[in-house]
Design a protein around this ligand. Sequence first.
Ligand SMILES: Cc1ncc(COP(=O)(O)O)c(C=O)c1O
Length: 396
Amino acid sequence: MTNTQLQTNYQDFIAERIHKVPFSGIRKFFGIAAKMPNVISLGIGEPDFPTPNPITQAGFDAVFQKNIGYTANSGLIELREKLSEHLNNLYGVNYDVNSEMIITVGVSEAMKCVFSAICNEGDEIIVPTPCFVAYEPEIIFAGGVPVTVECKLENNFELTAEDIEPYITPKTKAIFFGFPCNPTGAVLSRENALKIVQLAEKHNLLIISDEIYDRLVYGTDHVCIPSLPNARERTVLLGGFSKDYSMTGWRVGYICANPDLMEAFSKIHQYCVMSAPTISQYAALAALQIGEPFVKQMHDEYDRRRKLVVSSCNEMGLDCFEPKGAFYAFPSVAKTGMNGDDFAEKLLLDQEVAVIPGSAFGKGGENHVRIAYCKSYEQIEIALERMRKFVEKGNY
Ligand SMILES: Cc1ncc(COP(=O)(O)O)c(C=O)c1O
């Protein structure tokens, strides 16, 4: 069928809010990098470790045991029970398995459920930037308005209550953030987190906390927001298995929150996906049962790489604050005289190393690039050596 037969342009069929969202800046780089045979990509924010074998095995077992139908909408009861115990052991936070937990198709679907459930047209959601590329689009798709608050390098890219408060209006419904942070690697201190909770109380706002990288923190403890005093009832906790357990493609995540909120989230989840993939839920259950040594191994290896990346960047003059979480470093390239976009593009063409320009992650990222250290130590060493050559050569 041609456009003339439609009597209009295809674009006219697309909702305005979809037009508001551009494609992710990350895609362009993957497109170029894919055509380069010797490229080393430090671009993708995805663990390079395979899913640990016993976890994979549990997925296969589920298939062979014919556990392949839908599960309960909110997920396998055994998985919810184990997850509830897990969150209680780690953070001392308790969720009722029947009314306060849903297993989702990753944090991605969790965001969809939450924002579709809470946003009336024009409701404002505060989002600190630089942030994960999907945060702002998910809010816009749901009819909300993301109100961005820039996290500052001088605060180690932490979010503070003082930064947020001027942006609160009568339309503000929630503060949404994710620490450890993609792309900066920043974590949130207990002190700052407490002040943000107090601010949310003062203005009667929800907090939506994406804690998908909770197990990947280095030399510090993860601050689980709902475990803080007075936080649980106004916090929606999002988490998942993609990063901590190297299970991106299995697509399992979760939402934990108060039952009244959960009822609304469940409606969307139920009509949208019925239930998260069953086989994957069995694998996720195994991850919680036997995954701990693997988490530790992967964590320690990320930490080793993190130290290498941070020290090498600083040595070559790319100022890099110490990221204490996730698997990203976010050095400034300002000293080269380039912004992050130019640096990333020229580095890729000159040295075949892919990093992502910080601008892809919103305000505050313009003079930075994101380095994902999800590659072997040896590959990272080679990539950093190429970067050093590029920076030292000057004359870009
Ligand atoms: C901060 C953050 N939240 C959520 C996601 C999406 O995770 P999932 O695989 O659980 O959908 C990602 C993936 O990169 C992420 O970095």
